[in-house]
Design a protein around this ligand. Structure first.
Ligand code: PRP
Length: 215
């Protein structure tokens, strides 16, 4: 039995499609109801909040996981990254109202003390620090696009996929900072102790990951 952690939310559809194409059993996974643990064939699937998926494999609760590169970087935990699936693609970006965009047009010093709302506090601080800019971070757990309209921040640091949420809230991308995609990851210990059990699955997912990565 292999335990596989998967993110809930929009990424779960990309995950199920990929696992299905790789020949893993996913019929129950397609209709999980309120179940967070689903057993099918030789697999146990754990459905976790995206931000919690890296910890599931890092601490050994799961052997394998599909996790966004955004949450992997934010978590900062040690993981074995086995492959980039090229699925679930989106972009990490700074976004805001027009007045925030103006600040980014000037000298970098104008960004000092910028108030940034985000779920990704570590990645945001690291990104701005790499430009020599110290920011004030407002940690939110979701609906980050609300914050500029409420004057809680100058701009946001978040993932953008279709851009619909930004547009609906009068915001636009100011600067894209990193591409994001779903990665197949394993715990460092699990790779050492369970590689024989994992190998076939990793190969099957790798074989179809890039093929059909149209999103
Ligand atoms: C993510 C992200 C944006 C939105 C971007 O949030 O934080 O809010 O998706 O997607 P779009 O560009 O296609 O509109 P999610 O829907 O995962 O929910 P959350 O705000 O509760 O985190």
């Amino acid at each position: 039995m292999l335990t596989f952690a998967l993110p809930t939310g929009r990424s779960v559809y990309d995950c199920i499609e990929l696992l299905d194409q790789a020949g893993l059993p996913v019929e129950k996974l397609k209709k999980p109801g309120r179940n967070l643990v689903i057993e099918e064939g030789n697999f146990r699937y754990l459905l976790a909040k995206p931000m919690d998926v890296p910890a599931m494999v890092h601490y050994g609760a799961a052997d394998l996981a599909l996790a966004g590169s955004d949450v992997i970087e934010e978590s900062g935990v040690a993981l074995a990254e086995l492959l980039d699936t090229q699925r679930g693609k989106c972009t990490m970006a700074i976004a805001g109202p027009p007045e925030a965009a103006l600040k980014f047009n000037g000298h970098i010093s104008r960004l000092m003390g910028l108030r940034v709302a985000t779920k990704y506090v570590n990645v945001a601080a690291k990104t701005f620090a790499s430009w020599g800019v110290q920011i004030k971070i407002l940690k939110l757990n979701g609906s980050v696009e609300l914050a500029p309209a409420l004057k809680l921040c100058d701009c946001i640091f978040d993932i953008v996929q279709t851009g619909n949420t930004l547009r609906a809230n009068g915001l636009s991308v100011i600067k894209e900072t990193a591409p994001v995609s779903l990665r197949l990851v394993a715990g460092v210990g699990a790779v050492q102790t369970r590689w024989n059990a994992m190998f076939g699955v990793v190969e099957a997912i790798g074989g179809c990951a890039v093929r059909g990565a149209g999103n």
